[in-house]
Design a protein around this ligand. Structure first.
Ligand code: ZN
Length: 431
């Protein structure tokens, strides 16, 4: 297939990507070693110097970095340039203790802009699109990233921020925005509101770019239908690696293309830290290739995904990873079995009678672990609730090999939130 002419997306062969990766890896290790006391010490402990990186295989010899390293270096962890070169910081929400704060040089901002513009390009936008950005502004990377990328790409940014339902609906109808950028939960909620207020004929949305939380194909279909859009695109990203925009799924919907000329992605077993077999689920580990202020060397993201082998039907040669299927930290051990909430979501996905909302509650009864799963029935579900509960429970037993008590609740019976939905409640160690 002839490569499409693109403004932002480079058309690189596997060899060209590998060349850039090796060059970027050598540069990053040298830059971090020379600019950051933290990295100099960390590499020194592993007996490594910049000259030791000669091939891409040498990546496996480099030590990992982890969340604690960001916390220990608070407030400016991993800083590898003089402070005079830092033009901005962003932070992530720290659920426990200190936030993660990352620094940016002007060049880092330029790279982020171009990286994000690739996402709008791959999603098929034009400079005439009107882009409603419903994610958090301020310290967070989300709003800043969507905004920077939109302006770099040349479309019209409509920066609303999260929540503010009335204003969202007003912009959707008055400005006739064509692209919605939000979390999957927010898109679902807006879809509900559009239908509830009878606004379907007054909105002109064509595309949704969504991200920042685990979702299922069912959630995606649900908001696509409610909003009447042509397509939706799952965007990847994290504060540590510039922010949102590190990759996007294409119209072929067979995984997220990621920008392998800007960072290296490894998938490892979260317990042993050894690489998993190609195509297996594991934790994503990233190494930046040109990040100046806070470079990342084998940074453990704790996000779970898998690499997708082979070439994509869309013709873009950038490699792909699967959608993020949860966090390695969300993994819980139930009666000796490692379980990720995404596995339960995958079971629920199979039932047309159920919505995509679910909650898992773990408790201890008479010394034994007990798992209750609450799922929401759809309005038009034909199957009787107790038969449905039995069927779901049997499917969980068949797929995940554990027993659970399944409760079917009424449509809308589970709590919704703007932000990431909390799926697992673990009460096993409460007295
Ligand atoms: Zn593709």
């Amino acid at each position: 297939m002839a490569a499409k002419k693109r403004r932002f997306l480079p058309d690189l062969s596997a060899e060209q990507i590998a060349d850039r990766q090796l060059e970027g890896l050598k540069w990053t290790v040298g830059h971090a070693f020379n600019g950051s006391p933290f990295y100099r010490a960390r590499l020194g402990q592993a007996g490594l110097e910049p000259g030791d990186v000669r091939t891409l295989d040498d990546l496996a010899r480099l030590p990992f970095t982890n969340t604690e390293d960001l916390r220990d270096g608070y407030p400016l962890p991993l800083l590898s340039v003089p402070e005079k070169d830092v033009v901005r910081i962003h932070g992530s929400s720290g659920t426990t203790g200190k936030r993660k704060i990352l620094s940016y040089t002007q060049k880092d901002i330029e790279v982020w802009k171009d990286m994000f513009a690739r996402c709008y390009e791959l999603a098929g936008l034009s400079v005439l699109d009107r882009v409603q950005i419903c994610v958090g502004y301020g310290l967070w990377t989300a709003g800043a990233g969507f905004q920077l990328g939109c302006e770099r790409f040349g479309a019209m940014a409509v920066p609303v921020g999260p929540g503010l339902l009335d204003i969202q609906l007003q912009m959707l109808t008055d400005l006739e925005t064509t692209c919605l950028c939000s979390t999957a939960s927010m898109a679902l909620l807006l879809g509900d509101e559009v239908l509830k207020n009878g606004l379907r004929d007054r909105i002109r949305l064509k595309r949704v770019i969504f991200g920042a939380e685990a979702h299922t194909p069912k959630m995606r279909r649900q908001f696509e239908e409610a909003l009447g859009v042509e397509a939706s695109f799952d965007i990847a990203g994290m504060t540590e690696l510039y922010g949102p925009g590190t990759g996007l799924d294409c119209e072929a919907r067979q995984g997220i293309h990621y920008w392998a000329d800007l960072f290296i992605l490894e998938i490892v077993d979260p317990v042993t830290l050894e690489p998993v077999a190609p195509g297996e689920l594991g934790e994503m580990v990233v190494t930046s290739l040109c990040k100046e202020a806070s470079p990342l060397i084998r940074y453990r993201t704790h996000d779970l995904t898998r690499l997708i082998p082979g070439e994509c039907a869309c013709g873009l040669r950038m490699p792909r990873h699967d959608r993020i299927q949860g966090r390695s930290d969300d993994m819980f051990v139930f009666r000796g079995v490692n379980i990720y909430p995404g596995q339960v979501a995958a079971v629920i996905e199979k039932f047309a009678e159920l919505s995509s909302e679910y909650q898992i509650q773990l408790s201890r009864r008479g010394g034994l672990d007990f798992m209750a799963v609450r799922v929401e029935r759809k309005k038009d579900a034909a199957m009787d609730a107790s038969a449905l509960a039995r069927a779901v429970s049997e499917e969980i037993r068949g797929q995940i090999l554990v027993r659970s008590q399944v409760d079917i609740v009424q449509p809308g019976g589970l709590p919704r939130s703007f932000a990431k939905s909390k799926r697992v409640q673990d009460d096993r160690n409460q007295d």
